[in-house]
Design a protein around this ligand. Structure first.
Ligand SMILES: *Cc1c(COP(=O)(O)O)cnc(C)c1O
Length: 452
């Protein structure tokens, strides 16, 4: 049965962000999950070390979440949000506004983080159009940023490996540097932050007249390598956006819903975005719901008689899906009931100590962490920070080894991602970190033994 399914998967599927040759060599089919573990079709169990790609919150098959979907299913699965609404979408909107930064008062739904970003970009663009300043059409994107894989989101993304090939399809955006302390010349967070803010300000002085918005991930660049921004950077960017009359789009798709030890990561700096994209953890990792939150000022710029043509002409078939919104509501109710944000903040301190122990390993260069978002960067030389030989794909090999040892995650180059579900206990965190340690030791031993 398992063998047959594996053959079918190789024959019919094309997986996202996957070189299918890799899949064919190391196939895996998940059959079930319980708590923070998943089981494959051979009955092998794995810790979910990456929250099913940064989504999961309460573990798998959380009773209350399962029941919220079943209960909604007895009423209706889906209608539409075009020109009408439904009960869970309305209640969820109220809840989102209640828990998000104060300035945000309106919710526009979609189905994925990339779409939430597309919508933010269109809102920002059309906002200036609608208020009579059509010259503001350009965007500023951060180096190494990631906002999803649709063309608009890619246009404000900046990871060469993923984005360069699509260059001719993108709209142009200005790029501003992000403070990557570990790889900076000074290695000093404050110096690194101030240099980046200075360059951003120069760009704004020169170009702000034509700039609609700046887009930035909140506190941590996820796909770019789990790069944690130094204190004061996000707040500094906010100040500059305000000073130069540029809207600030904050991408909380990965960082939102408690992942960093705050409900939204921008709370670490008291930042109020003009537009905020959320997704991933919003449904606890159950169903595809995302949203773009914005201010009353932006909303009002689209509100007029129909023939003024100020409507936001954007929507998706499944937007505001009842099953998804119902489970998201229950997810947020559980956040309160189980004090999950505080829990993550507290357990993150323990996790920090566990990760410190990896620092002494020979090829561990940098360990970056904010809450339960962690990246462990492997390097060839700890002194010079010289990278490992690319063709050896050590990050990838390490995650294959972890799979063997009973934990799933995905690397970002030679940075190992560790992003366990919020409910992981200290004991479970300890076991998962032990697996990472063993895998890192084994694969890096192999590097040295072949004389690299
Ligand atoms: C995952 C991610 C996205 C894209 O979300 P999808 O649901 O995969 O489209 C956007 N921004 C950030 C920061 C992400 O981590």
């Amino acid at each position: 049965m398992s063998h047959e399914l594996i053959e079918k998967s190789k024959k019919y599927l094309w997986l996202p962000f996957t070189q299918m040759k890799d899949y064919d060599e190391n196939p895996i089919i998940i059959e079930s999950g319980q708590g923070i573990k998943m089981k494959d079709t051979d009955g092998k169990e794995y810790y979910d070390g990456f929250s099913a790609l940064w989504l999961n919150v309460h573990g798998h098959r959380k009773k209350e979440l399962d029941e919220a979907i079943k209960k909604q299913l007895d009423k209706i699965a889906h209608s539409t949000l075009l020109g009408m609404t439904n009960i869970p979408a309305t209640e969820l909107a109220e809840k989102l506004i209640e828990i998000s930064p104060e300035k945000l008062t309106r919710v526009f739904y979609s189905d994925s983080g990339a779409e939430a970003m597309e919508i933010a970009l269109k809102m920002a663009f059309q906002y200036w159009m609608n208020i009579g300043r059509p010259e503001k059409q350009k965007f500023i994107a951060m180096h190494n940023g990631y906002h999803g894989d649709t063309i608009g989101a890619v246009s404000v993304g900046s990871i060469d490996l993923y984005h360069q090939v699509y260059g001719p399809l993108m709209f142009e955006s200005y790029k501003a540097p992000i403070p990557f302390v570990y790889h900076s010349k000074s290695g000093d967070p404050t110096t690194c932050r101030d240099e980046c803010l200075h360059i951003l300000e120069q760009l704004l002085i020169e170009k702000h007249q034509e700039i609609a918005a700046l887009s930035i991930e909140s506190m941590v660049q996820g796909a770019g390598g789990m790069i944690v921004m130094p204190d004061g950077f996000l707040a500094g960017v906010r100040e500059l956006c305000t000073k130069y009359d540029v809207l600030m789009i904050v991408d909380e798709v990965a960082t939102g819903f408690g992942r960093t030890g705050k409900m939204f990561a921008c709370e670490h700096e008291g930042v109020q975005p003009d537009l905020m994209a959320v997704g991933k953890g919003i449904t606890g990792g159950y169903l595809p719901i995302a949203a773009t939150l914005t201010t009353e000022e932006i909303y009002q710029a689209f509100y007029d008689d129909y023939d003024k043509l100020k409507t936001l002409f954007h929507g998706h078939s499944y937007t505001g899906n009842q099953l998804g919104c119902a489970v998201a509501l229950e997810n947020l109710r559980l956040f309160e009931k189980e004090k999950l944000v505080e829990e993550v903040a507290e357990k993150a301190k323990y996790l920090h100590k566990l990760l410190e122990e990896l620092k002494s390993l020979p090829y561990v260069g940098d360990i970056r962490q904010l809450g339960f978002m962690c990246g462990i960067e492997l390097v060839f030389s700890k002194e010079t920070k010289e990278p490992l030989p690319k063709e050896k794909r050590i990050g990838y090999q390490a995650t294959l080894k972890m799979r063997e040892l009973g934990m799933l995650t995905r690397p970002l180059g030679d940075t190992i991602v560790f992003m366990p579900p919020h409910v992981s206990t200290k004991e479970e965190l300890k076991e998962m970190v032990a697996i990472m340690k063993e895998a890192i030791i084994e694969v890096t031993n192999e590097v040295t033994s072949v004389g690299a």
